[in-house]
Design a protein around this ligand. Structure first.
Ligand code: RRO
Length: 308
């Protein structure tokens, strides 16, 4: 059964890979991903300078997922440029994720990764956890500025990690910008920003940064993620590839993203909870579903959501 696929012309040997975020900030962690069933090695979003991230507690499991406000803890982009050389040649694409704190940072980092061993560059326009810095992708004029500045810096495909949008006017606006720039892929979605979970025993939020407001992850967000994948597929199919992310923890979840139109899925919360065995497990479950339904590849199903 062929689960092989491609994103922006880059071949992936499987449909399931890790997402930028959990367990991907150090070389040791990235080696674990390299040796797992993940079909790509996606690195933690990086900044110009190393960051410790937000104060603890900043991650809390919830009944159906998690809430977190990590605050971009990472080793600084130069470390990831170096890691890319060490991770290249392992039979799977290496994906950089850049989160600039300014336009200049985005230009510097995308330029550096264009000259590196990575295969894809994900430009994170959607981190919800930096106090005073709203996600760039909720401001379409700032998004246009970033795209103008980073899309022509080299030949490696550049993609956008997007926040959830909740109205078609916003999908239309985002797709208008994407269609007028050289964007190879979109990653839908980042966590749902500024959720609040309260512990009634302590009478306090479960995480400390930003008064408890943080990114919602896991099962809670899957329908929103599917909706965004579908909305982008309807507008961009055949022109721009789509990574689906948000609540993928089983083969059935991955199959739903495939029907919605995702070229591949990324796994975050399930990887955090289960460790690297999740990738092979989810891929095997997806394979069984495809077999049972008589499909011989992911391509025969991609985007073929039926009408009711
Ligand atoms: O590090 C984080 O707090 C973080 C990032 Br960069 C992101 O893109 N999305 C998220 O939920 N958390």
């Amino acid at each position: 059964m062929a689960l092989n696929t491609s994103v922006a012309g880059v071949a992936l040997g499987g449909y399931v890979c890790n997402a930028s975020g959990p367990r991907d900030a150090t070389l040791e962690e990235l080696e674990v991903i390299a040796n797992s069933g993940s079909s790509a090695i996606v690195m933690k979003s990086c900044t110009r300078e190393p960051r410790e991230g937000n104060e603890e507690p900043r991650y809390s499991r919830l009944a159906f997922g998690a809430i977190q406000s990590m605050g971009l803890p990472n080793l600084g982009f130069k470390a990831y440029v170096g890691f890319a050389s060490q991770l290249a040649g392992r039979g799977k694409p290496v994906v950089a994720s850049v989160a600039g704190l300014s336009l200049e940072d985005f230009v510097l980092m995308v330029g550096a990764f264009q000259d590196s061993a990575v295969d894809l560059i994900e430009v994170n326009l959607s981190c919800p956890n930096l106090a005073g810095k709203p996600p760039v992708a909720y401001d379409f004029s700032r998004t246009a500025e970033v795209l103008d500045a980073v899309c022509g810096l080299g030949s490696k495909p550049v993609g956008l990690k997007l926040p959830p949008y909740y109205d078609f006017v916003h999908h239309d606006a985002a797709c208008g910008l994407i269609a007028s720039h050289r964007v190879g892929f979109v990653t839908c979605i980042n966590s749902i920003g500024n959720a609040l979970a309260i512990n009634p025993e302590t009478e306090a939020p479960v995480i400390r940064p930003k008064g408890g407001f943080g990114g919602l992850c896991g099962d809670y967000i899957k329908p929103v993620a599917l909706a965004n994948v579908r909305a982008f597929f309807e507008r961009l199919a055949g022109k721009v590839s789509i990574f689906g992310v948000g609540g993928v923890k089983s083969g059935s979840d991955a199959f739903e993203f495939l029907l919605a139109g995702a070229d591949a899925v990324q796994v975050a919360t399930a990887f955090e909870n289960e460790g690297p065995a999740c990738f092979g497990r989810i891929a095997s479950e997806l394979e069984l579903i495809l077999q049972r339904k008589g499909y011989s590849s992911v391509d025969g199903v991609k985007g073929r959501l039926k009408r009711v």
